[in-house]
Design a protein around this ligand. Structure first.
Ligand SMILES: [Zn+2]
Length: 132
């Protein structure tokens, strides 16, 4: 990416990229933390939620390798895909940064961002990913 290239998250409002943080919510009624951030609590239905930035680390809980590009995906394959459990107890479905033979259950993982393609207007699309 050139220094002047325009970047944009693949989905707005899900993560911040400097520093990388996932944007979740904490319910004031049942005290559960959730991701992604919704208008209400997915556990109890309360609309009294507080926006929170989630931890930038967690433990690998499950994984696989994506060999064929999903519809609309502009990046390269293969890539890792899995679930990382954060200290808040939230399990995040995520892209994984390194080949499958690096992964093991419970492995400490750290949050970062990745470029996943360029749209027709030349904007570089980014998403979150975890790496060991
Ligand atoms: Zn709740």
């Amino acid at each position: 990416m050139t220094p002047d290239a325009q970047t944009q998250p693949v989905v707005d409002g899900v993560f911040a990229d400097d520093p990388a943080r996932l944007l979740g919510a904490r319910c004031e009624l049942c005290e559960q933390t959730s991701f992604p951030r919704l208008d209400g609590c997915p556990y109890c239905g309360s609309e009294t939620i507080t926006p929170v930035e989630l931890s930038d680390h967690g433990a690998l809980w499950g994984w696989t390798t994506v060999l064929h590009a999903p519809p609309g995906y502009l990046g390269s394959v293969p890539y890792g895909f899995g679930i990382v459990e954060l200290p808040e107890g939230v399990r995040v479905v995520t892209r994984l940064a390194v080949p499958e033979d690096w992964w093991s259950f419970g492995q400490p993982m750290h949050l970062g961002t990745a470029e996943v393609g360029v749209d027709p207007d030349g904007v570089v699309l980014t998403t979150w990913e975890f790496s060991p």
